[in-house]
Design a protein. Sequence first.
Length: 466
Amino acid sequence: MSEKTKAELLADELKYAPAHAMKQIDESEVQAADDFCAGYMQFLNDCKTEREVTAFMQKAAEARGFVPFDRTKSYAPGDKVYFVNRGKAIILAVFGKKSVCEGVRIAAAHIDSPRLDLKPSPLYEDEELALFKTHYYGGIKKYQWTAIPLSLHGVVYLKDGSCATVSLGEKEGEPKFVITDLLPHLAREQEKRTLEDGIRGEELNVLVGSRPFCTDSGSEMVKLNILHLLHEKYGMTEKDFLSAELEVVPAMPVCDIGFDRSMIGGYGHDDRVCAYPSAMAAFDVQNPEYTCVTVLTDKEETGSDGNTGLNSSYMAYFLYDLAAAAGCAGYEVLRNSKCLSADVNAAFDPTFPGVQEKKNASYLNRGVVITKYTGARGKSGTSDASAEYMSFVRQILDNAHVVWQQGELGAVDAGGGGTVAKYVAKLDVDVVDVGVPVLSMHAPFEVVSKLDVYMAYRAFKAFYEA
Ligand code: MN
Ligand code: MN
């Protein structure tokens, strides 16, 4: 290899030139990334909803020695606890050598994903077809949800207060569901609609049956047959839909994408692609200096409101309990704490370059992305991490040789979005978004790079160990 010129050496020293992760890591680390992602892909297949992720993580934590948090107990360095919030969010904590009064390290990811929720009274029959009415959850492009296989997940609380758990459409041989779309032959009027309006909210009706209960005369026999089947399988009646949370999600299995198998296609990368690596970092961290708190939260996709979202006080209350046990005020712990808001960013898509500003976009395979601010229209609705905190995070990642890049969430005024960061910042905690770049974000089938997923794990682990 020829020696570098003076200009090349100076450029190496002075220029910020994010590069493909393959140029920055060796073959063994590529293999480690692929191995890590095999576990992630299995997790994605097994967990389609916040409740399923919570149950999975509780079990995984218990298998690794985590015990339910007890606020009356005192904990020693190395102790591991978990706290489940209403079955839809979970906190994992590994106690550090320092007192929690000196602050904790928080990684907060969300485990809800865009989907279709059944309405409280969903089931109806129209011309001998049975359908469910839905109300979409989170930001979706509605047209993407038609004519693809769907499954049904959730819980139904019956009249006696007992709970039936529902998961139908995932396993081999199970029936699936679908939202029908108009054939192109008859779509002349529909195709004049704007893309946003192409499929309307009240057109997201899920097809669930077409045979009557019996051939006797009587109205709504197909609906009756569905109620009969639901009663046989789950013990439920139509009224029990009122005390249910049933979520319709894509039923396509996760798979490798590309001849080189470098990417993963699947539903719910946003934000399980940060939840899984942050939980694995919590499981793998050994004797940390600071107490490590991994928060897997619900409700981010609808704005973090609700008592399982991070705009509620459950995370703060958990930290207040730790503070009380350590003999300091809750706000002291918060004020001294540092957080990575572990959420995805929009990767540059060569098919739609116009919505990104190339110099400040994130790219597939350039590693975990630090997003200094999110928001929209003049940084509205963002916490905007300080230079001091950016410096702190950057040094941690560099010292641990984590491949990372920075990225804005789209060009100025192209749109925008938010994460849990601002709700963490509201608690007087230093916070910045760090996560995985995603293609087709919020689609029923999103794409991420395996190397980036692994770098997210490395980043959260480095943060916990720093
Ligand atoms: Mn997200
Ligand atoms: Mn999202």
